[in-house]
Structure formats: structure tokens, C-alpha cells
Design a protein around this ligand. Sequence first.
Ligand code: ADP
Ligand code: ADP
Length: 233
Amino acid sequence: DIVLSLHGIEKTYAKGRADAVPVLRGIDLTLRAGEVVALVAPSGAGKSTLLHIAGLLDSADTGKIGIDGTDMTGANDRRRTAARRTSIGFVYQFHHLLPEFSAAENIILPQLANGTSEKDAAARAASLLDRVGIAHRASHRPAALSGGEQQRVAFCRAMANSPRLLLADEPTGNLDPATSDQVFSTLIALARETGLGALIATHNLDLAARMDRILRLDAGRLIEATPQGGAQP
Ligand code: ADP
Ligand code: ADP
């Protein structure tokens, strides 16, 4: 099962202008179900660009993209939005939880947008919150939660619609090491349980070393770094 395939992806910002910025120069990537892969690169190397293209939020200049076995190259907005909602989960460094809604509601809302019944959405939110150890925080608003708790809610929200592909951009970047470790362990456990594929941009080499593979983004190309023994929750 291949959840993400990129072939020959190229991206240049301000293409054709004097200040053109070539960022991706031929990216090939195959991500299988259950795989947790680190994307490591210095700031400005193009990690966010790559994640946005993989998440169908931005388009490549050239190259092919497949999501969960479906070719999405050149797909229109309607198909891209549908694929984002059903197949892709996003986690960011800053969680972007809705401040006026409780932890549970933040996980329920994307399910309602997808046509899930309120009852089923609430049950899934409760089960996900329980899974990450913060069931007792379900009715709290984000501001009343610690950074680690907020980030765990963000993971639950990303997992709400049972995506096949999880894309994370520095998901533990603003957390202290112990909390970051805890959030990451949850991520790997969830990925393993549900068989999704995860591509995780991180500066944290200790965390990267615990993933199945490490990909380095260097001068616009992906380079396979050290093969690992398998991700350790
Ligand atoms: P990273 O996530 O690794 O920090 P980004 O993908 O955000 O890298 O950015 C890669 C390069 O592309 C940087 O040089 C950045 O300044 C440039 N860039 C990113 N977005 C845009 C944009 N919308 N317009 C022009 N240049 C951009
Ligand atoms: P909705 O109307 O349900 O928010 P969207 O198509 O706007 O549907 O978003 C679908 C998914 O893509 C959501 O998970 C959302 O968080 C994510 N998303 C949308 N726009 C952006 C963006 N500019 N940057 C990052 N993620 C985005």
C-alpha cells in the first residue's frame, strides 16, 4: 500500500523572474502504509514547500503526485479538497486549534464537515483523547491546556477522519524535550495502529533517529540517510 508517491517534483517560486527561488529540483518519494519517515533539512531548504505539495495545498511546477493509490497530478480544487479531507491529516508546530471550542469539539468539527454523525464524531473524539491520555481534558478549551496537551489534541484532530497520510511540520518544535518525546511516541503508536504513512519534518535528530527512514532535503533533492532499525514508540 503506497499512501504517497511523488515523482520528479520540481518547484520554483517567482518562476521566470530575476528573484526566482528554485526550491525542489526533482523529488522522488514513495511512502508506504505504516511507515514513519523523517524529513530533515536546514531552515529554508524547502520542507514546508514539499509538505504543502504532498498535502495538495500547493502545486508543483512539474512532476506527478499520487495519494493513497490515486493519481492527483493536475486534479482540480474539488478533488484536492476532497482528498485533503478524507485521506490527509496535518499537524503543525503551532497547533491552530480553534480557541472558542473545547478539545473534544476541535476533534469533532472536522468529522462533521466530512458527514460523520454527531454521535459517532463525539465517540471517536473521546476514544482518540483517551488514546493519547487526556480524556479528562475533553471539555477544556485550548488555552486551559499545556503545550503538550494542545499538541496531543492537534494529533487527535489530524487523525479524526482516519487519514491514510499524516503530514507533520515540526510537530514538536515548540515543546520541551520530555513533552516532545511523549507527543512523538503517541504519533508513532497511532501510525502503527492505523497503518497510516507519516512524513514528519523535524530538526530534532534524536526523534528522527527513531523513525523508519530519514530523508534529507539537500539542494532541492531528497537523499536517503541512515537506514534505521524501525521506529520505536
Ligand atoms: P523550510 O520549510 O525548509 O524552512 P520553505 O519551504 O518554507 O523551507 O522555503 C524554501 C524556500 O522557498 C525559502 O528560500 C523560502 O524563502 C522560499 N519560499 C517559500 N515560500 C515562498 C513563496 N510563497 N514565495 C517565494 N519564496 C518562497
Ligand atoms: P475546510 O473547509 O474543511 O477547512 P480545506 O480544504 O480548507 O477544508 O482544508 C482541508 C484540510 O487542509 C484541513 O485539514 C486544513 O487544516 C488543511 N489546510 C487548508 N488550508 C491550509 C493551509 N493554507 N495550510 C495548511 N493546511 C491547510
